[in-house]
Design a protein around this ligand. Sequence first.
Ligand code: 13P
Ligand code: SF4
Length: 303
Amino acid sequence: MNIVDRIQELKGEKDISILAHNYQPPAVQDIADFLGDSLDLCYRAQELEETTILFAGVRFMAESALILNPEKTVLLPDMDAYCPMASMLTPDILDEKKRKHPDAAVVLYGNTTARAKARADVICTSANAAHIVNSLDEDVVLFGPDKNLRYWTQKQTDKTLIPVPDHGYCYVHNSLIRPEDILYLRDRYPRAEVLVHPECVPQVQEVADHVLSTNGMLAHARRTSADEFIIGTEKELCYRLRKELPNKRFYEIETAVCRDMKRVTLQKICHAMEHEESKISLPHDVLESAREPLERMLSLGRG
Ligand code: 13P
Ligand code: SF4
């Protein structure tokens, strides 16, 4: 039996549903039960009936699935699949900043560790950051870890957003998607709309037509009459875009690759399902404290 058939068989045998992020390798996207951005994946994790979730993505995403569903088993096929940006905001850095700004609300990006989430008032993603910030009573907000998402969100609010840490970033969007890469593609494909992720640097955001989350790019490409797009985010989103919108054209930045997202393979998925290995676990107090800020985000929605 080939590996894809075995994975499909194991889903039924072991009551497992596979959730995958839009940056997963094509072969993994193809076997997923649900593919999405980080916000959609949180909603979907809450709706599943299966007793086990296999999360094809990076660790903070699988942790969020467990925090929202503590009664379920959550498997991460490669326990070393981390988001480096999530590690940039340590509990110590956050506690120090909270001491300096005791009246500020704390809004953290989903790309954070569970321990950091446990210290937040509310979580946000790239799909709803401005909506979440604007829904708060406080006028001063500690916001992190991504400095570029903070820049994008600050443009959409009158509140004061204080970065925490001072310079958190995603190496893929911050360093591997440069203004000159976008301008080069724009010269080559002058009819194409430019869609970029808010984790990109301000200079990239400024040359874009739209700044959107990964699912936001898919939704926009689906509804607009434009039929060519330059995609400023991790390149694998283009696999999904081409598959779902075969009559439109998508131009990726070839170098924009998230190494951690690519740690997940069909072999590792099959192994984790067979042996029910790589179970995510969190200390009870962290699991409990991180739930409220995540649920608060989900109840506020996309805006
Ligand atoms: P999305 O929530 O837009 O999918 O982004 C998650 C992420 O990790 C971006 O690098
Ligand atoms: Fe983290 Fe960047 Fe990879 Fe997204 S693309 S998971 S922010 S390192």
